[in-house]
Design a binder for this molecule. Structure first.
Ligand code: ATP
Ligand code: MG
Length: 208
């Protein structure tokens, strides 16, 4: 299987282990392919994107409409694609990204209940010709993920959501994985970090 592009994304609810997984993926690419790797995240990855990230994560007294949240996510993504992701891929580098468009379907679609067709329209607008070559979905029961993420810092605007919100997020990831099993690989993220990493290595080896 050498037809996949070198754009790898990592998805999952809070505390699933995405940040730890990105580090393991970068290490695997460097040791097995000796290639340059850009490690990045969403929302964020550019100066403007990181500004938008703080707007998206910080609590505001007046809250934020779901449409504004969705559009800001895609504004950050457009910038990220233009300035970071596409140039790196064109240069032949790998890109490993902590969350991408699947997260918009999961959080703004599943979690907030926005129409999935609208999200798809934004995805088509923002990256009509590019999808991740491989997406690792770190699947963990919501309560376990939230417990892992707890106590790191004051909960952000998403982390403050209720269990039902994250259950909808997880269900949407599951639906997307079922619809696109060749691209989205489920990783059992409930097990130890070592066992998660060995699953990740196995999936990467099969994919690339
Ligand atoms: N498989 C695992 N078992 C136990 N603890 C884990 C596992 N994976 C990660 N952790 C720990 O759980 C915490 C959250 O992990 P990590 O930051 O990688 O998750 P994340 O998905 O990036 O979270 P967030 O969505 O908040 O960015 C960290 O303290 C990490 O060391
Ligand atoms: Mg993280």
């Amino acid at each position: 299987m050498t037809m996949r592009n070198r754009f790898v994304t990592v998805e999952g609810v809070e505390g699933a282990g995405k940040t730890s997984a990105v580090a393991a993926i970068v290490e695997w690419i460097k040791t097995t392919h000796g290639a340059q790797v850009v490690s990045t995240r969403e929302p964020g990855g550019t100066a403007l994107g990181e500004d938008l990230r703080s707007i998206l994560l910080n609590h505001r007294a007046e809250g934020m409409s779901s449409d504004a949240e969705l559009l800001l996510m895609f504004a950050a993504r457009a910038e990220h694609l233009q300035r970071v992701i596409k140039p790196a891929l064109v240069a032949g580098h790998w890109v490993v990204c902590d969350r991408f468009t699947d997260a918009s379907f999961a959080y703004q679609g599943g979690g907030r209940g926005l129409d999935l067709q609208r999200i798809d329209a934004l995805a088509q607008w923002t990256h009509p010709d590019l999808a991740p070559g491989l997406t690792l979905w770190l699947d963990v029961p919501v309560a376990i993920g939230l417990a892992r993420a707890a106590g790191r810092s004051a909960p952000d605007r998403f982390e403050s959501e209720k269990q039902t919100f994250f259950d909808a997020v997880r269900n949407t990831y599951a639906q997307r994985q079922a619809a696109e099993p060749a691209r989205i690989k489920r990783i059992d993220a409930e097990v130890s970090i070592t066992e998660v990493q060995s699953q990740i290595t196995q999936v990467l080896t099969e994919a690339y």
